[in-house]
Design a protein around this ligand. Structure first.
Ligand SMILES: [Zn+2]
Length: 383
């Protein structure tokens, strides 16, 4: 038996890495990308993320998403991603609490120096505009993973929440995965269909990640990962990082959030590219369509399940804070990560296992992907 004090100690001493946070999109859509309108140095009551709360949550490294809604496919999607990558870099330049990390070793060094490692991710494969050249530029700017789709299919990969169009990855989709391996960029299977997941796992030479997804056996939503895929992710050496969204954690909530793409399309039809109005309308929509919130126990149920099916080396945290319209009780924002550690310890996880789940696993996966990239480097870039 261990006390709360020890869980706190374990949490502080671990390198805590969160796989997915949508703060850049929130800054962009609600505050015109202006830090004078949402100063991250201050503690806020609204939103899920600022520096004081990251510190309180013991967060050592955060993947920040350059998120591109599916609507922008073919309509300046790359620009949407580039402007948010720039915003993440502006954030790092402005606030000395952050340092930009590109590698697992960067994260370890930055964490040891007492700063928060900011990692860049691109969410939505349409952001590469079907160009490996654009993909290579994202990698060069520091993007460490690409989520292959968002809610809708791309021209080369099927999404979980859309009608299947390609039956998984197209030939070009496969070349995207191979090029990401060569670049040392992680392939993120969150948001993609099960067929796309299978294709990625067949093609990828590097470990595969799900940056913010849960176990479908517990919550039967298409966004979640089936057991067979969990096993294959483990075989690839990868990691599934659990999302905190009540709709994806609480079993009874799956049905209520079944058709997220239809909701998005309905709101888009009304508000188009007026992102601020759309965010406001989305908040209203969710308040009119309440779902059970769940709590930290529901999140840890998913971790338990992934540990049982895939093993303790293949699970991590991918909260999706600032990208989710509802939060579980006790996990209201980034300051609450220690509650997960508490619950895991209460369920009997050792300190060694906790260190893996909290961040060790994704750091191992990053190192392995970097190693694969070094091995593949002599090959010529794909066309
Ligand atoms: Zn997402």
């Amino acid at each position: 038996m261990t006390g709360v004090g020890q869980a706190a100690e374990t949490h502080r001493s671990a390198i805590v890495v969160d796989g997915h946070n949508d703060l850049p999109w929130r800054l962009r859509s609600e505050f015109g990308s202006r830090f004078d309108r949402f100063d991250l140095a201050l503690r806020h009551q609204d939103g899920h993320t600022d520096i004081p709360r990251l510190r309180e949550g013991g967060v050592d490294a955060q993947f920040f998403a350059a998120f591109v809604p599916s609507l922008y496919a073919g309509r300046g999607a790359a620009r949407q991603a580039l402007e948010q990558i720039d915003l993440i870099k502006q954030m790092v330049a402005r606030y000395p609490d952050f340092a930009h990390a590109r590698t697992a070793d960067d994260v370890r060094r930055i964490a040891a120096a007492g700063k928060i490692a900011a990692l860049i991710a691109v969410e939505g494969g349409h952001a590469i505009e079907s160009s490996l050249e654009v993909l290579r530029h994202f990698a060069q700017l520091g993007a460490r993973y690409l989520t292959l789709t968002h809610m809708a299919n791309t021209d080369w990969a099927d999404a979980a929440t859309d009608q299947p169009r390609h039956g998984g990855l197209t030939g070009f989709g496969e070349s995207v995965v191979r090029e990401m391996n060569r670049l040392g960029m992680l392939v993120d299977i969150s948001h993609v269909s099960a067929d796309t997941m299978s294709d990625v796992l067949r093609v990828s030479e590097a470990p595969v990640i799900a940056s913010h997804s849960n176990a479908r056996a517990i919550n039967d939503h298409a966004r979640n990962v089936p057991d067979a895929i969990l096993r294959q992710v483990a075989e690839s050496g990868g990691v599934v990082m659990v999302n905190f969204f009540p709709g994806f954690i609480v079993p009874e909530a799956a049905e209520a959030v079944r058709d997220l793409l239809a909701v998005e399309r309905e709101l888009r039809a009304r508000y188009g590219e007026d992102e601020a109005a759309l965010e406001e309308a989305a908040r209203e929509w969710w308040s009119e369509h309440p779902i059970p919130r769940g709590d930290v126990g529901h999140v840890v149920d998913h971790i338990d399940h992934i540990v049982q099916v895939a093993g303790v080396d293949h699970v991590g945290l991918g909260s999706d804070f600032d990208g989710i319209p509802e939060v579980p009780e006790g996990l209201e924002d980034v300051s609450k990560f220690p509650a997960v550690t508490d619950e895991l310890q209460r369920r009997g996880y050792s300190d060694e296992d906790l260190a893996k789940i909290l961040g060790g696993n994704i750091l191992r996966v990053m190192s392995e992907a970097e190693e694969v990239a070094r091995r593949l480097k002599p090959r010529l870039p794909a066309r």
